[in-house]
Design a protein around this ligand. Structure first.
Ligand code: EPU
Length: 337
């Protein structure tokens, strides 16, 4: 077991915030994980599990031990004529697994290309983009309880997946270390090209026969054109969730804002938070080193040396102004640590 003390986390989060972890351990094997968990439980030390750090905003230094998940490996757990079940260790980079699926012509996650972060983080917020969510291909995950050290398999249903949500953000928040995720990928994939501008992008790419490779390429091109690259400008993707409102509320707003976009849901309408934020005048806003991205208003950015607390206060101001103008309560998607 190798514990580092007073570890700077600047290189371990895509927002580029320099929080300091009291203790820090890189986890490369399950044995190392067990050892660190036993040590932490014996000393009653707080535990924080990190993957790619792509959905975290640090607002202060971290007490206790930060575990950096580096469990690697992928294997085919099951295969028949139609599907392949791929079991990926949780420290694998999500996009690497997408590239593997594209190279092996098995479909289901190509629309989720280029999402930052690790396999282990994917089920926590049920990552989604361009009409696909992880839950659509998810079979099961294996996790270990941080305190009882018991291993448990969670099925798709047991994860209680919802829009950017799962049991790991609610009832079981902070209780488990996810070890691996198994996904069912299709040998006869049906490409989903109807969402947003995928078809338009494929036309521009002059693609005749749509394949999982071309869909993946199209998604990569769209994301690169709209979302800031964390290696250049610190950010954690969408900072807020797209809010859902009742049909009555929607009708009332639509009278004033004829151009308001929306998506039908089971309970009402979902409104793009980016549109609400833009309408409140925040798009491209900059104060010192932090602000709102100028191409996608849902993304808050750190241009250089912003503090996490600055970005958090900016998010509070945005929430208030959207509440005031539209009577809609925005909810953060990013985890505040
Ligand atoms: N829009 C604006 N202003 C903007 C950007 C967008 O008004 O600055 C409006 C437009 O009407 C646009 C609509 O918002 O048509 C939707 O925009 P976009 O397709 O960019 O998607 P989004 O709803 O803003 C969601 C996800 C993204 C995901 C995209 C594509 C959430 C919180 N975000 O964003 O996920 O990539 O759809 O599927 O659901 C993430 O979770 O980190 C993330 C980037």
């Amino acid at each position: 077991m190798n514990i580092e003390f007073k570890k700077h986390l600047l290189a371990h989060n895509t927002f580029g915030i320099d929080s300091i972890a009291e203790e820090f351990a890189q986890i490369q094997t399950e044995d190392e994980l067990m050892e660190v968990l036993q040590y932490a439980n014996k000393n009653q030390t707080a535990l924080h599990v990190m993957g790619g750090g792509s959905n975290i905003l640090f607002v202060h230094d971290m007490k206790g031990i930060v575990l950096l998940n580096q469990l690697k490996g992928m294997q085919i757990a099951y295969e028949d004529k139609e599907v392949v079940h791929v079991k990926c260790m949780s420290g694998e980079v999500w996009h690497e697994c997408v590239l593997w699926s594209v190279a092996h012509h098995v479909g289901g996650i190509e629309n989720l290309s280029l999402i930052p972060g690790t396999i282990g983080a994917a089920p926590i917020q049920n990552i989604g983009a361009y009409g696909v969510e992880l839950k659509d291909v998810f079979v099961e995950l294996e996790a270990i309880h941080l305190h009882t050290l018991e291993k448990k398999i969670f099925t798709n249903q047991e994860c209680a997946f919802a829009y950017r949500d799962s049991i790991f953000k609610t009832k079981e928040k902070g209780n488990y270390f996810i070890l691996s995720v198994t996904m069912a990928l299709s040998k006869q994939p049906i490409c989903k090209t109807t969402y947003g501008t995928i078809q338009q992008e494929l036309n521009e790419m002059q693609v005749d026969a749509v394949s999982i490779k071309s869909v993946s390429d199209a998604v990569i091109r769209i994301r690169r054109s709209k979302l800031p690259n964390p290696a250049e400008i610190g950010n954690a993707g969408s900072f807020f969730k797209n809010p859902e409102i009742t049909t009555a509320h929607y009708e009332q707003l639509k009278n004033t804002y004829e151009d308001m976009p929306s998506f039908d849901t089971v309970n009402g309408k979902k409104i793009p938070a980016a549109w609400l934020i833009e309408k409140c005048g925040w798009k491209g806003y900059r104060e010192g080193d932090f602000g709102v991205h100028n191409k996608q208003a849902l993304v808050l950015v750190n241009y250089n040396h912003a503090k996490g607390s600055d970005i958090l206060s900016l998010s509070e101001k945005i929430i208030s102004s959207v509440q005031e103008k539209f009577s809609i309560q925005l909810e953060r998607e990013v985890n505040i640590w």
